[in-house]
Design a protein around this ligand. Structure first.
Ligand SMILES: C[S@@+](CC[C@H](N)C(=O)[O-])C[C@H]1O[C@@H](n2cnc3c(N)ncnc32)[C@H](O)[C@@H]1O
Length: 263
C-alpha cells in the first residue's frame, strides 16, 4: 500500500531503526498497546523481525515477481491489514463479477483476511476461502476471523488455507469467483498461477485482480504487463478500470478463462 501520505520517503541508502513516517512508528507504540494486534497473535518469536522492516524491503517487495518478504508481516498487518481496499474488492466482485450470496469466493493472497471477513459480514458469498503462502498471515487471519465469528455469528462459512497461486489446495471446478488484492505482483510465476486459477474456477468462473497503482519508486506491476499476462494465459479481459479508494487508487481487471461461459 502506498501513497504520498501513507508511505515513508524513499531512503535506499540507509537502514533506519525508526522511520520518519508516523504510520511506521506505530510499530514501536504498538508494543505498549495490549490490543489484538499482530504482535500479540504471532508471539514473541517473530517480534525481532519488525524492527528490521525498512523502506528498501518495502520497495523491493513491490518489484514485479519479487517474493513476498515475510519480515513485512507485522508492518503490513498493523498498517494496512484492515485497509478499505479489502471491502472495496468484495463490492467490486459483486459489481463486475456478479458475485451472489450463494456462491463460493476465493481470496488468493488473502493476507490477514480482511476481504474474507468483509464478504462474510455482508453475506456476499455462501462459502469464503482465504489462501496465502505465509503461515504468519494465515495464523493472524484465523485469529481475527474467529473473533468476528464469535461476535457476529455469520451465516456464511469461512476458512483459511496455506497455499499459493501456483498450488491452490482446492479441487478442480470448485470456485465461482477468485479475487486477488495486491497479491498478483508477488506471484513468482503468474502464468502458472493463472492456470491454477482457471483449474479451480467453475465453467462460469470469474477472476478479479485488484492492484494498487503505485508511485514510481514502488513500481508494482504495470497495467500493461498484467493485461499482457492475462492474454498470454488465455483469459478474456472483460473490464479494466481505475477506482479511487480512500488514500490510494487501484487498477481493476475483470477476466474470465477462455472457454468459460461467464457473461
Ligand atoms: C500486499 S499483501 C496483500 C494482502 C491482502 N490481500 C490485503 O490486501 O490486505 C500480499 C500478500 O500476497 C501474498 N502472496 C505472496 N506470494 C503469493 C503467491 N505466490 N500466491 C498467493 N499469494 C501470495 C503474501 O503472503 C501477502 O499476504
Amino acid at each position: 500500500m502506498t501513497s504520498s501520505s501513507s508511505h515513508p520517503p524513499q531512503e535506499h541508502q540507509k537502514m533506519p531503526d525508526t522511520f520518519a513516517d508516523p504510520a511506521i512508528n506505530k510499530q514501536a507504540a504498538r508494543t505498549q498497546d495490549p490490543g489484538t494486534d499482530s504482535t500479540e497473535i504471532l508471539g514473541a518469536e517473530t517480534q525481532a523481525s519488525e524492527t528490521q522492516v525498512c523502506e528498501t524491503q518495502i520497495a523491493e517487495s513491490h518489484t514485479p515477481g519479487a517474493p513476498w518478504n515475510d519480515d513485512l508481516v507485522h508492518w503490513y498487518v498493523d498498517n494496512y491489514g484492515e485497509h478499505p481496499i479489502n471491502a472495496l474488492a468484495v463490492e467490486l466482485a459483486v459489481e463486475f463479477a456478479g458475485l451472489n450470496g450463494s456462491e463460493t469466493l476465493l481470496d488468493l493472497g488473502c493476507g490477514s483476511g480482511s476481504a474474507v471477513r468483509s464478504a462474510v459480514s455482508t453475506n456476499r458469498a455462501n462459502r469464503v476461502i482465504g489462501i496465502d503462502p505465509s503461515p504468519a498471515m494465515i495464523r493472524i487471519a484465523r485469529e481475527k476471523t474467529a473473533k468476528q465469528s464469535q461476535d457476529a455469528s455469520p451465516t456464511s462459512t469461512s476458512e483459511f488455507l496455506l497455499g499459493g497461486a501456483e498450488h491452490i489446495p482446492l479441487p478442480d471446478n470448485s470456485v465461482d469467483v477468485v479475487i486477488a488484492v495486491n497479491s498478483f505482483h508477488h506471484w513468482p510465476n503468474p502464468g502458472k498461477g493463472l492456470a491454477e486459477v482457471a483449474r479451480v474456477l467453475k465453467h462460469s468462473g470469474r477472476l478479479l485482480l485488484i492492484e494498487e497503482i503505485f508511485e514510481e519508486q514502488h513500481r508494482g506491476m504495470s497495467a500493461e504487463e498484467i493485461i499482457k499476462q492475462l492474454d498470454a494465459s488465455a483469459y478474456n479481459l472483460k473490464e479494466f478500470t481505475r477506482r479511487p479508494c480512500v488514500d490510494i487508487e487501484v487498477n481493476v481487471f475483470f477476466a474470465t478463462p477462455c472457454g468459460g461461459n461467464a457473461l
